[in-house]
Write a protein that binds this ligand. Sequence first.
Ligand SMILES: [Zn+2]
Length: 277
Amino acid sequence: MGTKEERFNIKVNEPCPCGSGEIFKSCCMKKKQEYYTLGKNYEGKEMVFNQTKNMENYDEITKFFLENIYNVIEKNDTFAVSKALDHLKVIYEKVDKGLNQFSGYAPCQKGCGTCCSLYLECTPIEAELIRRYVKDNFSQEEIDNIILRLKCMNEQFEQIIKSSGENKEEIIKKYLDRKQPCIFLTKENSCGLYEVRPLVCRSFIVFSAAENCKGEGEIIRPALAPANIGRIAINQLSMAVVRFKNMHEIVNNEKTPVMKPLIQWFNNGFHDINRKI
Ligand SMILES: [Zn+2]
């Protein structure tokens, strides 16, 4: 379920929602900043956000995409992996900046990790960034441990796929029933690859109560502009990487990169991502 954006009316003498401590009239109203709301969150708090800033962020990501990615695609050119990884990091940074003004309304806290048992997929270029991060930052012992767990999880996953007749909805349902945490979730329930985590994890912001994420109620996730434009940019980027150029499929008449959960990307270990489609 999503939420609806609506203009939020602030009285001129009320404290400015930006938190400056000044009244609206002499702060953001003067700077022509428009405020919107996404309605009320799980605590009944009004989710007010600066729509001017939100749109600026959207435009910034769009501009980056057009000038650095689309221009290459248009010429039928491709990216080397290293260049694409640089672009990916820039997109992540911009998306994080844009999502920052929404995250305070979510019940998410370090050490919760409930959503880390969900079925989440990412693109080849995102998996490649994680692969390199693991090789550079994890000890051989840690890598060996992960590979051992991966092997076991992938065997179970193969079973799920077989017993679901490749029906995606059923695969996801059966996967969720297992409540299997992500292979990169640490003992402290935090993300072992926080700085390189995929877009789907970055943009997983819920406005429903934390208990709902455990399957005890409906999860409310808004469609946020920075995440949406970030997804488009990353998908196009991934498909323009020379090494991954055959890794796409047609979904609803649109060319999209192959998406897989992390356990599948790394089912051959960390020497290379699994490039079989
Ligand atoms: Zn202000």
